[in-house]
Design a protein. Structure first.
Length: 411
């Protein structure tokens, strides 16, 4: 993130009274945080923007309040209380819900690449609080800020911010004041509700924690850690765009997970056709990964097997239809494509003589569609091709079938 890491930082006590921390103070950092400055570069609709960071500090987590409308009381879950976390504070430069989501996604991608956390907002390993304020056009002064909590997905963040902007704008248009407070996002109603009054920094009476010694970091440690950094998402994206001739959309998906990007590159080394590998990964591979909720490394799919499968398609040994049919076995069991094709007799039929009789049979069975085709509905060619593939259980070579059908229909 290009922050300035302080070689010396101190822990502080943040004093407040609330049920989530019964000792009435939180171990945090104030005057000397772990790091200061830095930035995250985001991209929204093709436009790039740099979001500067204020600081990164350590603090302990608080408990989790659980409210049950059917009960006259609330619960407090202290399982996570006292667990250390890092808080990344951005400058007030995010100007829309879309930018906020782009910022979070970019940050999560970096954190995942570094192995710092899995970035699952639903499970709380990555959380987001947002300060929202609106101001009249042309005004340089920020409006009263409202803090939003309880947003555990990117969709929640976008919806909560959109609602809060609309709510605050409405209040100002009516000539009403905006109260500085903390509000909770309600997923059911997609609205925000007051939680508690929001204090300023001086209200917390920060002071150095007398029980904790200062944190000192050696310069040599920073240099050794910097040398161990992996290729980060931004650099990887630029490299993929340059050498693989893929679209920004394709690259964004391929590099979202470090493991998937590595799998893609290993496959391309064996089968040097980046476009074909990308197309299959973004459709079939991701479909199964999303279905199972797995990382590519948690499956039995090997780069060499995917490369072999795509090579069989390129050499027209099998059709793409057959490739998709046998892929689940390759994905789930690590089976070798060539063996599956040989054992099941799935080699693609490319003989014009054999396929012509099947094509004639299909046309004879569909006289009405043939007449419509000859009347100008040329799109029906795809229907006839599909019927031939169905008849041959996907073994017919689509290119040869297309050629034969066109010749027969144009007679």
């Amino acid at each position: 993130l290009n922050c300035k890491i302080n070689l010396k930082s101190i822990m502080a006590r943040k004093n407040y009274f609330y049920p989530d921390l019964p000792k009435n103070y939180q171990i945090s950092q104030y005057e000397l945080p772990l790091a200061e400055g830095g930035a995250v570069e985001i991209e929204v609709n093709g436009a790039k923007k740099k979001i500067n960071l204020v600081r990164i500090h350590m603090e302990e987590d608080a408990g989790k309040l659980i409210h049950d409308e059917k009960q006259p009381y609330s619960y407090v879950d202290f399982n996570r209380a006292g667990v250390p976390l890092l808080e990344i504070v951005s400058s007030p430069e995010i100007s829309s819900p879309e930018e906020a989501v782009a910022y979070l996604k970019t940050l999560r991608r970096i954190l995942r690449y570094l192995g710092i956390c899995d970035g699952n907002m639903e499970e709380g390993s990555l959380r987001c609080d947002a300060n929202v304020s609106v101001k009249p056009k042309g005004s340089e002064r920020f409006g009263t800020k409202v803090e939003l909590k309880n947003m555990n997905s990117f969709k929640h963040v976008e919806r909560a911010l959109s609602y809060e902007i609309k709510r605050q704008t409405g209040l100002l248009m009516e000539g009403k004041e905006i109260v500085q407070e903390t509000r909770l996002y309600d997923e059911a109603t997609q609205t925000t509700h007051p939680m508690r009054g929001k204090e300023e920094a001086h209200d917390y009476c920060y002071f150095p924690d007398p029980d904790l010694i200062e944190i000192q970091i050696e310069e040599s440690l920073l240099k050794s850690l910097e040398a161990e950094l992996p290729e980060l998402p931004k650099i990887k994206k630029e490299r993929f765009l340059e050498i693989y001739n893929l679209t920004p959309y394709e690259v964004d998906i391929l590099i979202e997970e470090k493991s998937l990007a590595e799998f893609f590159e290993k496959t391309v080394k064996i089968y040097p056709n980046p476009k074909a590998v990308s197309n299959f990964v973004l459709t079939e591979v991701l479909r199964y990964l999303n279905r199972d909720g797995k990382d590519i490394n948690e499956t039995n799919l090997k780069p060499e097997n995917l490369a072999q499968l795509l090579e069989l398609v390129e050499k027209e040994v099998i059709s793409i239809t057959i490739a998709k049919q046998i892929f689940p076995e390759i994905y789930e069991k690590g089976a070798e494509p060539k063996k599956i094709v040989e054992e099941r007799g799935l080699v693609q039929e490319s003989s014009e003589e054999k396929l012509k009789s099947i094509c004639e049979e299909i046309l004879a069975q569909n006289p009405a569609e043939v007449e419509k085709y000859k009347a100008g509905k040329k799109g029906l060619l795809g229907f006839f091709v599909g019927q031939v593939l169905k008849k041959t259980k996907g073994k017919a070579n689509p290119k040869v079938v297309n050629k034969i059908l066109t010749e027969l229909l144009e007679k």
